[in-house]
Ligand binder design. Sequence first.
Ligand code: HEC
Length: 384
Amino acid sequence: MLNDVKPENANWRHYFGGLAFLMIILQLLTGLFLIFFYEPTLTDAYKTVQRISNQIYGGGLIRNLHRWVPALLFIAILVHTIRCFLRMDFVNQQKRVLWLTGVLLLLPILFLIITGLIIPWEWKGYWFLEMIPNYFGTLPVIGDSLKLFFLDSYTVPRYYVLHILIFPMITFILVDYHMLTKLRKRGIFRYLLKHAIVVLPFLILLAYLAITIQIPSADPEEVPLPLDGANIIVPEWYFLIILLPFMYLKNSPLIPFISIIGPLVVLFVVAFMPYYLKGREVKEEDSTTEIQQQAIGWRKLIMGSIVKKVATGIVVTLITFCIVGLIYLGSYNSPTFGCNSCHNLSKGERLGAPPQFFNDRSKLPLLNDNEWMMKHWYYPNEVW
Ligand code: HEC
């Protein structure tokens, strides 16, 4: 039978699923810590973030963990997804809910990353916030009103509530359907403990990254150079790759299709795959369809022998490296730390903190210019 094999004994799919779950828990814990010191206001958000980094005991480490966990979470989810794809879980009727909730989970997690980028409310957060209405503004028909909606509805506290309450709740509900219901019977803590031990190398890597590659937070005392950090891996910036069409496609009408409509359609088509592939099964009046048999065949093939397991391992690793590599190359030029070299308090209030009138495009017309925005991010030492 399909379900007789305990996944964690048979393959590594479960390993990365477990890693992802652990990362979500860790993000919850580090986030809880940050809540006690962060103030979601236009004027104080960045100051409190600086205080967390520089004055609160352990604050710097916790904040940087909170920045690095999503990067590991992303990789864990990626490997987990590739494995499930290769195993053709989407034709496995017993895994329908697992598949659906797993795919849908990508949405709240993406929104958590986006809001998490914004709420420190320094120049990167400000910049990112301004790109969202621009993005939705490219949509045909509803674009203009969506843009206005986003511009009007921004406030730091609102995005903070989304970040610490609304999206975590949605994530939790989906995680519950995805795995917790089943896990409760088996014992959540035993599961967590077991996984914490098997993923120990990743936890060590995480601690290493959070300690050695920290976000600079000493300005204006120590002002970085404009290109400081250009080649340093800074996790949150890799997620900004979704904005790249603005730079490479300029003002092409293709942008909304490539970066909003297309991905959404793919997401929902993929999420509901087990449901409409099931339609075929009913017609054939047989309990196992050709696709399912193929899936069983695949499973045997994959789990059958050590050699094959190693082979899939290599395929999964290769695909993962390709995707991660593309993302890495996409944001390679970005001078990640350099923003503070010009945007710091010693250059005056105007460049020190994002302006209070941040959503007034009549006062800040440059923010409507997507190309300028992208180039200022990529080459701030040239375009400003
Ligand atoms: C070489 C100095 C310099 C660097 C480095 C720099 N900026 Fe700027 N930035 C400026 C100047 C000057 C302006 C004002 C341009 C204007 O209003 O004409 C500006 C404007 C902006 C604006 C437009 C809105 C506003 O309030 O004027 C944003 C957003 C922004 N910068 C974000 C960033 C980010 C994010 C980085 C890091 C990638 C960065 N900047 C790096 C000098 C710099």
